[in-house]
Design a protein around this ligand. Sequence first.
Ligand code: NAD
Ligand code: UDP
Length: 316
Amino acid sequence: MKRILVTGGAGFVGSHLCETLLDKGNEVICLDNYFTGKKKKIIHLLENPYFELIRHDVTQPFFIEVDQIYNLACPASPIHYQYNPIKTIKTSVMGAINMLGLAKRIKAKILQASTSEVYGDPDIHPQTEDYWGRVNPIGIRSCYDEGKRCAESLFVNYHHQNDVKIKIIRIFNTYGPKMEPDDGRVVSNFIMQALQNQDITIFGDGQQTRSFQYVSDLVDGMIRMMQTPDDFTGPVNIGNPGEFTMLELASEIINITGSKSKIIHLPLPEDDPTQRQPDISLAKEKLDGWEPKIPLREGLTKTIEYFDRLIKEEDL
Ligand code: NAD
Ligand code: UDP
């Protein structure tokens, strides 16, 4: 049994990670300031004596004794990270400094939830870890992209300068149950719209692509990454290489739900990347046989069932 800190543990990915780590027999401390996270995602875990929930903001120092830290605290949806961009940068940068300082003092292993956004609007395809990216440092997404890039730099420098045991994963678009209905990301938006027969809002012409990973595949990859030998720090891409246009995603969701929704086109947000697909060769090689198991249609079906239940139970 390990004692594990999960920052951002009341969020979409964090709540699944806390649950899986507990199922594997660990003690889990979930830290969150509830900016985009919700207590209701993890409240059922409080029955487990090996689970603790702490309200805290990672921009402030935090003291605890643990074996491992998963650093997930940071809003991930563009509408949320652009709401208070300075706070988003502080969360990534000061959060990384505080958690790395903690890891250094207590000699814990620490994993950073970085993102495919570090590649920006990429001019190589698919993206490999040695690609440096094409990010607009002064654009509306930069609070998130550059914050995460700076966090990666802090992680490697704490590793080289202070021997902190680090792991960096670059997560590609992930979806699944426990996303918030008003999260603003494309999968939850399209599913909520389809289930309520509302217009499906495609930004731009819908030809931009993303590669969508089901959340259980991500959690599996994160835990395997934490278990790799200390000399493997990453960064490593964790995603599902199945690549789809937003038009294809919309029609798949309309098809599964049998919705009467129409597709409408809204303006494309500034700096919206045109394509995104992970090269996962490194993950397959280093993460003990990891590869994504859940294809898009199966993952969408499970996610649609989840949102359908929320709507029927008026639990929105
Ligand atoms: P989310 O918004 O659901 O979860 C983020 C969590 O962090 C929330 O619970 C939020 O309240 C918490 N948080 C935010 N600021 C905080 C602060 N200052 N102090 C403490 N807690 C804070 O997003 P998610 O999809 O679960 O993403 C989790 C992590 O994975 C993020 O770091 C995100 O950048 C990364 N990531 C996610 C995706 C994805 O597609 N889901 C893709 C790439 C990277
Ligand atoms: N998108 C869309 N309609 C929506 C929400 C998003 O067409 O209602 C598009 C968005 O412009 C982007 C893609 O879907 O091209 C993925 O957006 P999301 O916010 O989910 O993730 P990110 O852009 O960070 O990859």
